[in-house]
Design a protein around this ligand. Structure first.
Ligand code: FES
Length: 543
Protein backbone atom coordinates (compact mmCIF):
# COMPACT_ATOMS: atom_id res chain seq x y z
CA UNK A 1 0.00 0.00 0.00
CA UNK A 2 1.23 3.50 -0.86
CA UNK A 3 2.26 5.42 2.25
CA UNK A 4 4.10 8.67 2.93
CA UNK A 5 6.71 9.33 5.58
CA UNK A 6 5.69 12.03 8.07
CA UNK A 7 8.24 13.67 10.37
CA UNK A 8 6.79 15.43 13.40
CA UNK A 9 9.24 16.72 15.99
CA UNK A 10 11.31 13.65 16.95
CA UNK A 11 8.84 11.11 15.59
CA UNK A 12 8.59 9.53 12.17
CA UNK A 13 5.48 7.60 11.11
CA UNK A 14 3.61 6.66 7.96
CA UNK A 15 0.41 8.09 6.59
CA UNK A 16 -1.69 6.03 4.17
CA UNK A 17 -2.36 7.58 0.76
CA UNK A 18 -6.10 7.79 1.53
CA UNK A 19 -6.09 9.01 5.12
CA UNK A 20 -5.82 12.50 6.56
CA UNK A 21 -2.86 13.56 8.61
CA UNK A 22 -5.07 13.92 11.70
CA UNK A 23 -6.23 10.31 11.28
CA UNK A 24 -2.61 9.21 10.92
CA UNK A 25 -1.63 11.09 14.11
CA UNK A 26 -4.49 9.39 15.95
CA UNK A 27 -3.70 5.96 14.53
CA UNK A 28 -0.16 6.28 15.85
CA UNK A 29 -1.34 7.58 19.25
CA UNK A 30 0.35 10.97 18.82
CA UNK A 31 -1.58 13.68 20.66
CA UNK A 32 -2.14 16.87 18.64
CA UNK A 33 -4.81 19.58 18.74
CA UNK A 34 -7.96 19.17 16.70
CA UNK A 35 -11.68 19.69 17.07
CA UNK A 36 -14.02 19.68 14.05
CA UNK A 37 -11.93 17.53 11.67
CA UNK A 38 -13.60 19.34 8.78
CA UNK A 39 -11.44 22.39 8.14
CA UNK A 40 -13.79 24.76 9.99
CA UNK A 41 -12.29 25.51 13.39
CA UNK A 42 -8.56 25.84 12.50
CA UNK A 43 -7.72 24.27 15.88
CA UNK A 44 -5.44 21.70 14.21
CA UNK A 45 -3.35 24.18 12.17
CA UNK A 46 0.29 23.12 11.62
CA UNK A 47 3.38 24.36 9.87
CA UNK A 48 4.80 22.39 6.94
CA UNK A 49 8.61 22.51 6.88
CA UNK A 50 9.03 20.33 3.80
CA UNK A 51 6.86 18.42 1.35
CA UNK A 52 3.86 19.34 -0.78
CA UNK A 53 0.86 20.96 0.90
CA UNK A 54 -2.42 19.90 -0.76
CA UNK A 55 -4.30 23.10 -1.70
CA UNK A 56 -7.52 21.90 -0.09
CA UNK A 57 -5.81 21.83 3.32
CA UNK A 58 -5.28 25.62 3.16
CA UNK A 59 -8.87 26.43 2.25
CA UNK A 60 -10.24 29.25 4.41
CA UNK A 61 -6.83 30.31 5.80
CA UNK A 62 -5.63 33.92 5.61
CA UNK A 63 -3.12 34.62 2.85
CA UNK A 64 -0.49 35.29 5.52
CA UNK A 65 -0.86 31.71 6.78
CA UNK A 66 -0.92 30.26 3.27
CA UNK A 67 2.24 32.04 2.17
CA UNK A 68 4.03 30.86 5.31
CA UNK A 69 3.14 27.19 4.68
CA UNK A 70 0.51 26.73 7.34
CA UNK A 71 -2.18 24.15 6.66
CA UNK A 72 -4.96 22.11 8.28
CA UNK A 73 -3.98 18.46 8.90
CA UNK A 74 -7.63 17.40 9.17
CA UNK A 75 -8.14 18.35 5.49
CA UNK A 76 -4.72 17.15 4.37
CA UNK A 77 -4.40 13.82 2.60
CA UNK A 78 -0.65 13.87 1.87
CA UNK A 79 0.65 13.55 -1.67
CA UNK A 80 4.32 13.43 -0.62
CA UNK A 81 6.51 12.86 2.43
CA UNK A 82 6.14 15.79 4.84
CA UNK A 83 7.93 17.35 7.80
CA UNK A 84 5.43 19.18 9.99
CA UNK A 85 5.38 20.94 13.34
CA UNK A 86 3.01 22.72 15.69
CA UNK A 87 2.28 26.40 15.32
CA UNK A 88 3.52 28.60 18.16
CA UNK A 89 0.46 29.16 20.31
CA UNK A 90 1.03 32.92 20.58
CA UNK A 91 1.03 33.12 16.79
CA UNK A 92 -2.55 31.88 16.70
CA UNK A 93 -4.01 32.79 20.07
CA UNK A 94 -4.29 36.01 22.03
CA UNK A 95 -4.92 36.33 25.76
CA UNK A 96 -8.17 37.75 27.09
CA UNK A 97 -9.92 38.20 30.41
CA UNK A 98 -13.38 36.98 31.39
CA UNK A 99 -15.33 40.10 32.23
CA UNK A 100 -18.55 38.43 33.39
CA UNK A 101 -20.66 35.30 33.30
CA UNK A 102 -24.46 35.41 33.37
CA UNK A 103 -26.90 32.51 33.32
CA UNK A 104 -29.53 33.09 30.61
CA UNK A 105 -31.49 29.86 31.05
CA UNK A 106 -31.11 26.51 32.78
CA UNK A 107 -28.43 25.38 30.33
CA UNK A 108 -27.19 28.50 28.56
CA UNK A 109 -24.91 31.22 29.88
CA UNK A 110 -23.58 34.45 28.46
CA UNK A 111 -19.86 35.17 28.71
CA UNK A 112 -18.42 38.63 28.17
CA UNK A 113 -14.74 38.62 27.24
CA UNK A 114 -12.38 41.59 27.36
CA UNK A 115 -9.96 41.08 24.45
CA UNK A 116 -7.59 43.74 25.80
CA UNK A 117 -6.79 45.21 22.41
CA UNK A 118 -9.02 46.14 19.50
CA UNK A 119 -10.23 42.97 17.82
CA UNK A 120 -11.75 43.02 14.34
CA UNK A 121 -14.59 40.69 13.46
CA UNK A 122 -18.03 40.58 11.94
CA UNK A 123 -21.17 39.70 13.91
CA UNK A 124 -22.00 36.06 13.18
CA UNK A 125 -18.37 34.89 12.96
CA UNK A 126 -16.94 32.60 15.59
CA UNK A 127 -13.83 32.33 17.75
CA UNK A 128 -11.92 29.38 19.17
CA UNK A 129 -11.72 29.59 22.93
CA UNK A 130 -8.83 27.80 24.66
CA UNK A 131 -8.56 26.69 28.28
CA UNK A 132 -4.95 27.52 29.08
CA UNK A 133 -4.40 24.72 31.62
CA UNK A 134 -4.76 21.88 29.11
CA UNK A 135 -5.20 23.54 25.69
CA UNK A 136 -8.79 22.29 25.31
CA UNK A 137 -10.34 24.26 22.46
CA UNK A 138 -13.95 24.80 21.41
CA UNK A 139 -15.54 27.19 18.94
CA UNK A 140 -18.23 29.70 19.93
CA UNK A 141 -20.17 32.13 17.77
CA UNK A 142 -19.90 35.84 18.49
CA UNK A 143 -23.14 37.55 19.42
CA UNK A 144 -21.59 40.97 19.97
CA UNK A 145 -20.98 43.74 17.44
CA UNK A 146 -17.46 45.16 16.85
CA UNK A 147 -18.76 48.45 18.32
CA UNK A 148 -19.37 46.67 21.63
CA UNK A 149 -16.72 46.89 24.28
CA UNK A 150 -16.69 43.17 25.09
CA UNK A 151 -16.87 40.03 22.99
CA UNK A 152 -20.05 38.11 23.81
CA UNK A 153 -20.56 34.37 23.40
CA UNK A 154 -23.38 32.08 24.53
CA UNK A 155 -22.40 28.68 25.86
CA UNK A 156 -24.74 25.72 26.10
CA UNK A 157 -23.96 23.29 28.89
CA UNK A 158 -23.47 19.83 27.46
CA UNK A 159 -23.98 16.76 29.68
CA UNK A 160 -20.41 15.60 29.14
CA UNK A 161 -18.97 18.70 27.51
CA UNK A 162 -15.40 19.13 28.65
CA UNK A 163 -15.22 22.87 28.09
CA UNK A 164 -18.88 23.86 28.52
CA UNK A 165 -19.04 22.17 31.97
CA UNK A 166 -15.85 23.96 32.97
CA UNK A 167 -17.26 27.28 31.75
CA UNK A 168 -20.50 26.73 33.70
CA UNK A 169 -18.97 25.39 36.91
CA UNK A 170 -15.47 26.79 37.26
CA UNK A 171 -14.74 29.74 35.01
CA UNK A 172 -14.85 33.00 36.95
CA UNK A 173 -14.79 36.71 36.32
CA UNK A 174 -11.15 37.80 35.97
CA UNK A 175 -9.91 34.42 34.71
CA UNK A 176 -7.58 34.40 31.75
CA UNK A 177 -8.34 32.44 28.58
CA UNK A 178 -6.92 32.54 25.07
CA UNK A 179 -8.83 32.88 21.85
CA UNK A 180 -8.25 32.65 18.13
CA UNK A 181 -10.28 34.14 15.33
CA UNK A 182 -12.49 35.43 14.04
CA UNK A 183 -13.53 32.85 11.47
CA UNK A 184 -16.55 31.93 9.37
CA UNK A 185 -18.22 33.48 6.33
CA UNK A 186 -21.78 33.70 7.59
CA UNK A 187 -22.24 37.42 8.29
CA UNK A 188 -24.32 40.38 7.16
CA UNK A 189 -21.73 41.95 4.83
CA UNK A 190 -22.37 39.03 2.48
CA UNK A 191 -25.74 40.58 1.66
CA UNK A 192 -25.57 42.80 -1.42
CA UNK A 193 -28.62 44.96 -0.93
CA UNK A 194 -30.67 46.30 1.96
CA UNK A 195 -33.71 45.50 -0.21
CA UNK A 196 -33.10 41.74 -0.08
CA UNK A 197 -35.28 39.95 2.49
CA UNK A 198 -33.32 37.95 5.07
CA UNK A 199 -34.48 34.70 6.62
CA UNK A 200 -32.51 33.78 9.74
CA UNK A 201 -33.26 30.28 11.01
CA UNK A 202 -31.47 28.82 14.02
CA UNK A 203 -31.80 25.89 16.36
CA UNK A 204 -30.66 25.99 20.00
CA UNK A 205 -27.65 28.27 20.44
CA UNK A 206 -27.74 28.73 16.67
CA UNK A 207 -29.82 31.80 17.51
CA UNK A 208 -26.69 33.51 18.94
CA UNK A 209 -24.85 34.31 15.67
CA UNK A 210 -28.19 35.05 13.96
CA UNK A 211 -29.05 37.59 16.65
CA UNK A 212 -25.70 39.31 15.94
CA UNK A 213 -26.44 39.30 12.20
CA UNK A 214 -29.95 40.69 12.81
CA UNK A 215 -28.56 43.56 14.92
CA UNK A 216 -25.97 44.26 12.24
CA UNK A 217 -28.70 44.37 9.57
CA UNK A 218 -30.69 46.86 11.66
CA UNK A 219 -27.56 48.97 12.25
CA UNK A 220 -27.14 49.05 8.47
CA UNK A 221 -30.76 50.25 8.04
CA UNK A 222 -31.81 47.10 6.23
CA UNK A 223 -35.17 47.94 4.60
CA UNK A 224 -36.51 44.57 3.51
CA UNK A 225 -38.25 41.97 5.68
CA UNK A 226 -36.08 40.35 8.39
CA UNK A 227 -37.60 37.06 9.52
CA UNK A 228 -35.91 35.34 12.45
CA UNK A 229 -37.04 31.87 13.39
CA UNK A 230 -35.78 30.05 16.47
CA UNK A 231 -36.36 26.36 17.04
CA UNK A 232 -35.63 24.89 20.46
CA UNK A 233 -35.70 21.33 21.66
CA UNK A 234 -37.41 22.63 24.80
CA UNK A 235 -38.83 25.99 25.92
CA UNK A 236 -35.60 26.58 27.91
CA UNK A 237 -33.70 26.72 24.62
CA UNK A 238 -35.64 29.86 23.60
CA UNK A 239 -33.47 32.15 25.65
CA UNK A 240 -33.44 35.41 23.66
CA UNK A 241 -37.21 35.80 23.50
CA UNK A 242 -37.39 39.15 25.30
CA UNK A 243 -34.73 40.80 23.17
CA UNK A 244 -36.18 39.44 19.92
CA UNK A 245 -39.75 40.33 20.85
CA UNK A 246 -38.62 43.83 21.68
CA UNK A 247 -36.87 44.16 18.28
CA UNK A 248 -40.06 42.96 16.59
CA UNK A 249 -42.04 45.64 18.43
CA UNK A 250 -39.56 48.41 17.55
CA UNK A 251 -38.97 47.53 13.89
CA UNK A 252 -41.88 46.96 11.54
CA UNK A 253 -39.74 44.84 9.18
CA UNK A 254 -38.68 42.33 11.90
CA UNK A 255 -40.74 39.18 12.36
CA UNK A 256 -39.81 36.80 15.16
CA UNK A 257 -41.13 33.26 15.40
CA UNK A 258 -40.17 30.76 18.09
CA UNK A 259 -41.04 27.09 18.00
CA UNK A 260 -40.37 24.15 20.26
CA UNK A 261 -39.67 20.65 19.06
CA UNK A 262 -41.47 19.11 22.05
CA UNK A 263 -44.55 16.90 22.02
CA UNK A 264 -45.39 17.76 25.66
CA UNK A 265 -46.25 21.33 24.82
CA UNK A 266 -49.90 20.56 24.06
CA UNK A 267 -51.28 24.09 23.97
CA UNK A 268 -49.29 25.06 20.90
CA UNK A 269 -49.53 24.13 17.24
CA UNK A 270 -47.56 21.22 15.80
CA UNK A 271 -44.86 22.77 13.62
CA UNK A 272 -41.09 22.73 13.30
CA UNK A 273 -38.99 25.55 11.85
CA UNK A 274 -38.82 23.68 8.58
CA UNK A 275 -42.60 23.12 8.50
CA UNK A 276 -43.24 26.79 9.22
CA UNK A 277 -40.95 27.73 6.33
CA UNK A 278 -42.53 25.13 4.04
CA UNK A 279 -46.03 26.42 4.78
CA UNK A 280 -45.09 29.97 3.80
CA UNK A 281 -42.43 29.26 1.21
CA UNK A 282 -44.19 30.94 -1.75
CA UNK A 283 -44.50 34.17 0.16
CA UNK A 284 -40.93 33.91 1.50
CA UNK A 285 -39.28 33.45 -1.89
CA UNK A 286 -41.48 35.88 -3.87
CA UNK A 287 -38.60 38.35 -3.57
CA UNK A 288 -35.56 35.99 -3.54
CA UNK A 289 -34.14 36.14 -0.01
CA UNK A 290 -30.74 35.52 1.55
CA UNK A 291 -30.86 32.68 4.06
CA UNK A 292 -28.72 32.44 7.19
CA UNK A 293 -29.03 29.23 9.15
CA UNK A 294 -27.13 28.10 12.25
CA UNK A 295 -27.26 25.04 14.48
CA UNK A 296 -26.55 21.34 14.21
CA UNK A 297 -25.45 19.99 10.81
CA UNK A 298 -28.69 18.08 10.17
CA UNK A 299 -30.76 21.19 10.93
CA UNK A 300 -28.74 23.56 8.71
CA UNK A 301 -28.57 20.96 5.92
CA UNK A 302 -32.34 20.50 6.05
CA UNK A 303 -32.96 24.27 5.77
CA UNK A 304 -30.49 24.53 2.91
CA UNK A 305 -32.16 21.66 1.04
CA UNK A 306 -35.58 23.26 1.45
CA UNK A 307 -34.51 26.53 -0.17
CA UNK A 308 -32.39 24.78 -2.78
CA UNK A 309 -35.45 22.77 -3.79
CA UNK A 310 -37.22 26.08 -4.36
CA UNK A 311 -34.47 27.34 -6.66
CA UNK A 312 -32.69 29.63 -4.22
CA UNK A 313 -29.04 29.49 -5.37
CA UNK A 314 -26.37 28.24 -2.95
CA UNK A 315 -24.63 31.62 -3.04
CA UNK A 316 -27.65 33.09 -1.23
CA UNK A 317 -27.56 30.51 1.58
CA UNK A 318 -25.08 30.93 4.46
CA UNK A 319 -24.55 28.03 6.83
CA UNK A 320 -23.08 28.13 10.33
CA UNK A 321 -23.03 24.44 11.05
CA UNK A 322 -22.05 23.56 14.60
CA UNK A 323 -20.09 20.49 13.58
CA UNK A 324 -16.94 22.33 14.67
CA UNK A 325 -18.27 22.12 18.20
CA UNK A 326 -18.13 18.33 18.28
CA UNK A 327 -16.99 16.70 21.44
CA UNK A 328 -14.18 14.72 19.96
CA UNK A 329 -13.85 12.46 22.98
CA UNK A 330 -17.51 11.51 23.02
CA UNK A 331 -19.18 8.68 21.21
CA UNK A 332 -20.86 9.48 17.91
CA UNK A 333 -24.34 9.62 19.48
CA UNK A 334 -23.27 12.61 21.57
CA UNK A 335 -21.43 14.30 18.80
CA UNK A 336 -23.54 17.41 18.27
CA UNK A 337 -24.14 20.15 20.80
CA UNK A 338 -27.81 20.15 19.88
CA UNK A 339 -29.30 16.72 19.29
CA UNK A 340 -32.41 16.87 17.10
CA UNK A 341 -35.18 14.45 18.12
CA UNK A 342 -36.39 13.57 14.67
CA UNK A 343 -39.48 11.61 15.70
CA UNK A 344 -40.96 14.17 18.07
CA UNK A 345 -43.72 16.30 16.69
CA UNK A 346 -42.73 19.94 16.95
CA UNK A 347 -44.76 22.76 18.40
CA UNK A 348 -44.88 26.48 17.77
CA UNK A 349 -45.06 29.35 20.22
CA UNK A 350 -45.85 32.78 18.80
CA UNK A 351 -45.08 36.01 20.67
CA UNK A 352 -43.90 34.73 24.05
CA UNK A 353 -44.88 36.61 27.19
CA UNK A 354 -42.60 39.60 27.77
CA UNK A 355 -40.48 39.36 30.90
CA UNK A 356 -38.23 41.99 32.35
CA UNK A 357 -35.40 42.59 29.87
CA UNK A 358 -32.02 41.21 30.87
CA UNK A 359 -29.40 43.80 31.70
CA UNK A 360 -25.80 43.54 32.89
CA UNK A 361 -26.50 44.29 36.52
CA UNK A 362 -30.01 45.49 37.31
CA UNK A 363 -29.48 45.30 41.06
CA UNK A 364 -26.37 47.49 40.94
CA UNK A 365 -27.91 50.02 38.57
CA UNK A 366 -31.00 50.29 40.74
CA UNK A 367 -28.85 50.74 43.87
CA UNK A 368 -26.99 53.50 42.02
CA UNK A 369 -30.27 55.38 41.52
CA UNK A 370 -30.27 54.62 37.76
CA UNK A 371 -27.06 56.64 37.49
CA UNK A 372 -27.80 59.60 39.82
CA UNK A 373 -25.93 58.11 42.76
CA UNK A 374 -23.15 56.88 40.48
CA UNK A 375 -22.51 60.51 39.47
CA UNK A 376 -22.38 61.62 43.12
CA UNK A 377 -20.02 58.80 44.06
CA UNK A 378 -17.64 59.48 41.18
CA UNK A 379 -17.63 63.24 41.76
CA UNK A 380 -16.75 62.58 45.40
CA UNK A 381 -14.17 59.92 44.52
CA UNK A 382 -12.36 62.09 41.96
CA UNK A 383 -12.37 65.10 44.30
CA UNK A 384 -10.34 62.89 46.68
CA UNK A 385 -8.13 61.50 43.89
CA UNK A 386 -7.26 65.00 42.66
CA UNK A 387 -6.14 65.95 46.17
CA UNK A 388 -4.24 62.72 46.77
CA UNK A 389 -0.42 62.93 46.58
CA UNK A 390 -0.05 59.39 45.23
CA UNK A 391 -2.78 59.55 42.57
CA UNK A 392 -3.18 63.15 41.43
CA UNK A 393 -0.06 63.08 39.21
CA UNK A 394 -1.75 60.64 36.83
CA UNK A 395 -4.60 63.07 36.16
CA UNK A 396 -2.89 66.41 35.66
CA UNK A 397 -3.77 66.52 31.95
CA UNK A 398 -7.48 66.17 32.49
CA UNK A 399 -9.91 68.14 34.61
CA UNK A 400 -11.58 66.50 37.58
CA UNK A 401 -14.98 66.91 35.93
CA UNK A 402 -13.78 65.29 32.70
CA UNK A 403 -12.27 62.29 34.55
CA UNK A 404 -15.46 61.83 36.53
CA UNK A 405 -17.64 62.04 33.40
CA UNK A 406 -15.49 59.56 31.47
CA UNK A 407 -15.55 57.09 34.35
CA UNK A 408 -19.32 57.54 34.67
CA UNK A 409 -19.82 56.50 31.04
CA UNK A 410 -17.40 53.58 31.45
CA UNK A 411 -19.13 52.23 34.58
CA UNK A 412 -22.60 52.89 33.17
CA UNK A 413 -21.73 50.81 30.11
CA UNK A 414 -20.52 47.99 32.34
CA UNK A 415 -23.57 48.04 34.64
CA UNK A 416 -26.26 48.54 31.98
CA UNK A 417 -24.75 47.15 28.80
CA UNK A 418 -25.66 50.39 26.96
CA UNK A 419 -23.07 51.51 24.43
CA UNK A 420 -22.20 54.90 25.93
CA UNK A 421 -18.41 54.82 26.42
CA UNK A 422 -16.26 55.68 23.43
CA UNK A 423 -12.87 56.09 25.08
CA UNK A 424 -9.84 53.80 25.01
CA UNK A 425 -9.87 50.39 26.69
CA UNK A 426 -8.17 50.42 30.10
CA UNK A 427 -5.03 48.80 28.66
CA UNK A 428 -4.58 51.53 26.06
CA UNK A 429 -5.81 54.37 28.29
CA UNK A 430 -3.20 53.45 30.94
CA UNK A 431 -0.48 52.09 28.64
CA UNK A 432 2.06 54.78 29.55
CA UNK A 433 1.40 54.75 33.32
CA UNK A 434 3.74 52.75 35.54
CA UNK A 435 1.38 51.56 38.26
CA UNK A 436 2.34 49.05 40.95
CA UNK A 437 0.06 46.51 42.63
CA UNK A 438 0.35 48.56 45.82
CA UNK A 439 -0.85 51.70 44.06
CA UNK A 440 -3.71 49.77 42.43
CA UNK A 441 -4.69 48.46 45.91
CA UNK A 442 -4.41 51.95 47.35
CA UNK A 443 -6.83 53.37 44.77
CA UNK A 444 -9.15 50.42 45.30
CA UNK A 445 -9.23 51.04 49.06
CA UNK A 446 -10.07 54.70 48.49
CA UNK A 447 -12.87 53.67 46.12
CA UNK A 448 -14.28 51.08 48.57
CA UNK A 449 -14.35 53.68 51.36
CA UNK A 450 -16.14 56.10 49.07
CA UNK A 451 -18.72 53.47 48.04
CA UNK A 452 -19.31 52.64 51.70
CA UNK A 453 -19.69 56.32 52.58
CA UNK A 454 -22.45 56.59 49.97
CA UNK A 455 -24.30 53.61 51.45
CA UNK A 456 -23.74 50.97 48.76
CA UNK A 457 -24.40 47.48 50.16
CA UNK A 458 -21.35 45.36 51.04
CA UNK A 459 -22.03 42.73 48.39
CA UNK A 460 -22.35 45.44 45.71
CA UNK A 461 -19.09 47.05 46.82
CA UNK A 462 -17.45 43.65 46.51
CA UNK A 463 -18.94 43.20 43.05
CA UNK A 464 -17.71 46.62 41.89
CA UNK A 465 -14.22 45.97 43.28
CA UNK A 466 -14.16 42.59 41.51
CA UNK A 467 -14.94 44.34 38.24
CA UNK A 468 -12.09 46.79 38.88
CA UNK A 469 -9.81 43.86 39.53
CA UNK A 470 -10.49 42.35 36.12
CA UNK A 471 -8.52 45.32 34.72
CA UNK A 472 -5.58 44.88 37.10
CA UNK A 473 -3.61 42.80 34.57
CA UNK A 474 -4.05 45.55 31.97
CA UNK A 475 -3.00 48.37 34.24
CA UNK A 476 -0.33 47.17 36.70
CA UNK A 477 3.16 47.10 35.13
CA UNK A 478 6.83 47.93 35.67
CA UNK A 479 7.35 49.67 32.31
CA UNK A 480 4.91 51.27 29.84
CA UNK A 481 2.98 48.89 27.56
CA UNK A 482 3.08 49.53 23.85
CA UNK A 483 -0.24 50.84 22.61
CA UNK A 484 -1.72 48.37 20.11
CA UNK A 485 -4.54 49.38 17.78
CA UNK A 486 -5.78 46.91 15.17
CA UNK A 487 -2.66 44.83 15.82
CA UNK A 488 -0.33 47.77 15.05
CA UNK A 489 2.00 49.18 17.68
CA UNK A 490 1.38 52.93 17.90
CA UNK A 491 4.04 55.55 18.66
CA UNK A 492 4.20 56.16 22.41
CA UNK A 493 4.00 59.92 22.26
CA UNK A 494 3.04 62.95 20.19
CA UNK A 495 -0.10 64.07 18.36
CA UNK A 496 -1.82 62.59 15.37
CA UNK A 497 -4.72 63.84 13.28
CA UNK A 498 -7.40 61.20 12.83
CA UNK A 499 -10.96 61.00 11.57
CA UNK A 500 -13.13 59.62 14.40
CA UNK A 501 -15.76 56.99 13.71
CA UNK A 502 -17.66 57.63 16.96
CA UNK A 503 -18.82 60.93 18.40
CA UNK A 504 -17.04 62.16 21.55
CA UNK A 505 -16.35 65.32 23.58
CA UNK A 506 -13.39 67.66 23.13
CA UNK A 507 -10.93 67.40 26.02
CA UNK A 508 -10.19 71.15 25.81
CA UNK A 509 -13.55 72.95 25.30
CA UNK A 510 -15.79 69.96 26.19
CA UNK A 511 -18.03 70.58 23.16
CA UNK A 512 -19.40 67.62 21.20
CA UNK A 513 -17.36 66.32 18.25
CA UNK A 514 -19.42 64.60 15.56
CA UNK A 515 -18.60 61.23 14.05
CA UNK A 516 -16.45 61.69 10.89
CA UNK A 517 -14.74 64.92 12.03
CA UNK A 518 -10.95 65.17 11.99
CA UNK A 519 -9.52 65.61 15.46
CA UNK A 520 -6.11 66.01 17.03
CA UNK A 521 -5.37 63.05 19.25
CA UNK A 522 -2.59 62.66 21.80
CA UNK A 523 -1.19 59.16 21.31
CA UNK A 524 0.10 58.70 24.84
CA UNK A 525 -2.63 60.40 26.81
CA UNK A 526 -5.62 59.57 24.64
CA UNK A 527 -6.79 63.21 24.77
CA UNK A 528 -8.93 64.37 21.86
CA UNK A 529 -9.18 67.95 20.54
CA UNK A 530 -11.96 69.24 18.28
CA UNK A 531 -11.21 71.02 14.94
CA UNK A 532 -11.46 74.41 16.68
CA UNK A 533 -9.14 73.58 19.59
CA UNK A 534 -6.64 71.66 17.45
CA UNK A 535 -5.71 74.94 15.76
CA UNK A 536 -4.63 76.39 19.08
CA UNK A 537 -1.00 75.90 20.03
CA UNK A 538 -1.12 72.68 22.07
CA UNK A 539 1.69 72.11 24.54
CA UNK A 540 3.55 68.80 24.55
CA UNK A 541 1.85 66.88 27.37
CA UNK A 542 3.85 65.57 30.27
CA UNK A 543 3.02 63.79 33.48
S1 FES B 1 -9.91 22.65 11.17
FE1 FES B 1 -8.86 20.84 11.62
S2 FES B 1 -9.79 20.14 13.40
FE2 FES B 1 -10.98 21.86 12.87
Amino acid sequence: MLTYKIKYQKQVFNCKHDETLIDAFNRHGIVVNFSCRKGSCHACMMHCKSGTIPKVSQKGLDTEFISNNYFLPCSCTPTSDMTVDNVESNFLYQPAIIHSKEVLSANICRILIDPGDTFNYKPGQYINLKRISDNTIRSYSLVSHPDDYFLEIHVKKMPSGKLSSWIFNELNTGDEIEFQGAMGDSYYEQVNSTNTPLILTGRGTGIAPLYGILLDALKNSHHAQLTILHEGRTVEDLYLQNQLTSLETKHSNVKYIACVDNSNNKQTLPHSARTILENTIDELIANPPNIFTAGSPDFTASIKTLFRNHNIPDKNIFLDSFDYKNLRDEKQKNIFEVGRRKNDPATIIQKPATKQALSRDDEMWHALGEGKKLKLILDDFYSQVYKDDKLSGFFQNSTQQRSSEKQYLFMRQIFTGEKVYFGDRPKNAHHWMVISDELFDYREKLLSQCLKKHGLAEHLIERWVNIDNTFRKDIVKQTPFPKIVNGIEMPLDGYEEIKIDEGTLCDACHNAIEKGETVRYHLRLGLTYCPHCMEEELPEQAV
